[in-house]
Write a protein that binds this ligand. Structure first.
Ligand code: GLC
Length: 423
C-alpha cells in the first residue's frame, strides 16, 4: 500500500514537471513556478532523482533579481489565463516574475538534501554557487526588510507569507484603502469552487497593494516605509531564523563569509522571543504600518518550533498549547484554531489543513517531543492515504479541497514516508 502510494506521489511530481521546474499542480490554477512550492518540491525529488531537485532550485535562482530578491512567481509560460500574470507585474530579471518574495525555505531544503545525499564532486561547484545566491537573498531580506536592524523582517504583501487570506491579515487588510476604479479579472474562482478561495474583497486589496508596489518600481529602498502593508509575522520569521541557521552551516562547509549572518541570528533569536506574550501564552504578529499587535490563533505561530529556539521554557509552553489547537484531533492541524470567530472550514488559509504546515511543525517537534511528532506524522500520512494528494483538507471530515495532484503534498508525503531510511 505504502509502496504503491510512493509511486503515485512520484507520478504526481513527474506529471507536473516542465523543463527544469515543476508546477504546483497540473490544472489551470497555478500555471507557473512558485518559490516555496519549489523548495518543497526539490526535497521530494531528492528522494528519487537528485538531478531534478537541483534543477528545480537552479531554475528558480535563474530568476533571482540583481539586488538578490527571489520572486515568489516565475512566469516561464507567458500564454496563460493566470491573474496576475507577467504583464500585470511587469518585472523580472532574465525570467518574467512577480515583484514580491515568499517564505525563505530554500536554504533549509538544500541543507536537508545535502544531509542525506552524497554529493558528487562534479556537483560541488553547482552547489557552492547555489549557496552564494541564497546568501545574497538572505542579505537582501535583512537589508531591505529589516532596515532598522531589529532582527526581524517584514512582509509587504499577504502573498509573501504564502498563507494569503489568513485571518492574520484581516486587521491590516481592512486598513488598506482600495484603489478607485480597480479593474482586474480573477481566474482562480473559475477553476476552483469560490467557496474554497479568497473573497473578492481580499483580491481588491491584494491588487491595490500590488499596484502600489509596481508604481514604486518594486524599489526595496522606499517600500519598507511606504508600502500599504508591512507586517512582522511570526511564521515567516521563524522560517527565516531556521533558514539562517541552516545557511550558516552551508556557508561554513564552503568556507564562505558568515560572521554578519551569525550576528543576525543571535539578534533574531532574542527578538523573536519578545513576540511571545507571556500573559496570554501566545505569539503575536506586529503590524508596523498601523502600529498594532495582532493575535490570531494561527498554526503558523507554531513554526517557532522549527526555528529551534534555545529557550526551552517557551518551547514547552507552546507545545502544550499546540496540543489544544484542535479539539477534535481526527485531522491535524486546522490552519486556524476552530473556536476562533473567523475560522472557516473550507476557505483556503482560514481553517483547512495544509500539509506543508504539518510538515514544518513535525520537523520542529522531532527533537522536542518525539511522541507527539510521530503522531502528527502518522496522521498526516493517513490523511493523504485516505484522500489523495490535494491542496488542502477539512480538519473535520478530511474532505479534500482545491487543486488535485498537488506537488508539495506529494513531495512532503515522500519525505515523511521515506525519512526512516536515512535515520
Ligand atoms: C497559493 C498559496 C501559496 C502557494 C501558491 C502556489 O498562492 O497561498 O502558498 O505558494 O498558491 O501553490
Amino acid at each position: 500500500m505504502r509502496d504503491n502510494l510512493i509511486e503515485k506521489a512520484k507520478k504526481v511530481l513527474l506529471g507536473n514537471k516542465k523543463k527544469g521546474f515543476t508546477l504546483p499542480t497540473n490544472n489551470k490554477l497555478y500555471p507557473a513556478q512558485w518559490k516555496w512550492d519549489s523548495g518543497f518540491i526539490a526535497l521530494g525529488y531528492s528522494h528519487f532523482k537528485l538531478k531534478y531537485a537541483l534543477d528545480e532550485i537552479t531554475t528558480l535562482l535563474r530568476g533571482q533579481w540583481k539586488d538578490g530578491m527571489i520572486p515568489h512567481i516565475l512566469f516561464h509560460d507567458l500564454k496563460t489565463d493566470y491573474y496576475p500574470n507577467h504583464s500585470v507585474w511587469n518585472c523580472g530579471n532574465k525570467i518574467h516574475s512577480s515583484g514580491i518574495t515568499q517564505p525563505p525555505v530554500l536554504a533549509i531544503m538544500l541543507k536537508k538534501i545535502l544531509d542525506k545525499n552524497k554529493i558528487k564532486i562534479s556537483d560541488k561547484l553547482k552547489i557552492k554557487s547555489i549557496v552564494q545566491k541564497l546568501k545574497k537573498y538572505h542579505d537582501w531580506l535583512i537589508k531591505y526588510r529589516d532596515p532598522k536592524n531589529t532582527g526581524l523582517v517584514s512582509i509587504l504583501h499577504p502573498w509573501e507569507s504564502g498563507y494569503d487570506n489568513s485571518p492574520l491579515w484581516d486587521y491590516s487588510m481592512n486598513e488598506v484603502k482600495v484603489e478607485k476604479n480597480l479593474k482586474y479579472k480573477r481566474g482562480d474562482n473559475k477553476v476552483i469552487n469560490p467557496e474554497y478561495r479568497p473573497l473578492d474583497t481580499d483580491y481588491d486589496r491584494y491588487v491595490t497593494i500590488k499596484n502600489h508596489l509596481r508604481k514604486n518600481k518594486y524599489n526595496p529602498k522606499n517600500l519598507y516605509k511606504t508600502s500599504m502593508f508591512n507586517v512582522v509575522d511570526v511564521g515567516f520569521n521563524s522560517i527565516f531564523l531556521r533558514a539562517n541557521k541552516d545557511l550558516l552551516e552551508l556557508l561554513k562547509i564552503f568556507n564562505l563569509e558568515h560572521k554578519s549572518l551569525q550576528k543576525f541570528i543571535l539578534k533574531s533569536e532574542n527578538q523573536i522571543e519578545k513576540l511571545y506574550n507571556e500573559k496570554k501564552g501566545v505569539f503575536t504578529n506586529y503590524d508596523i504600518k498601523n502600529k498594532k499587535k495582532i493575535i490570531v490563533p494561527s498554526i503558523t505561530n507554531y513554526f517557532i518550533l522549527f526555528a529551534d529556539l534555545k529557550n526551552q521554557s517557551i518551547n514547552k509552553k507552546i507545545i502544550k498549547d499546540l496540543k489544544n489547537h484542535n479539539q477534535n484531533e481526527k485531522y491535524l492541524f486546522s490552519s486556524i484554531k476552530p473556536n476562533y470567530g473567523k475560522f472557516e472550514e473550507k476557505r483556503y488559509w482560514r481553517g483547512p489543513v495544509w500539509i506543508n504546515c504539518n510538515w514544518i511543525i513535525y520537523q520542529g517537534l522531532k527533537n522536542k517531543d518525539k511522541k507527539f511528532a510521530n503522531k502528527i506524522k502518522e496522521k498526516t500520512i493517513n490523511l493523504i492515504k485516505k484522500k489523495g494528494f490535494y491542496e488542502y483538507y477539512s480538519f473535520k471530515t478530511g474532505e479534500a479541497f482545491g487543486a488535485s495532484n498537488f506537488s508539495w503534498t506529494a513531495s512532503l508525503f515522500l519525505d515523511l514516508v521515506m525519512e526512516k531510511k536515512y535515520n
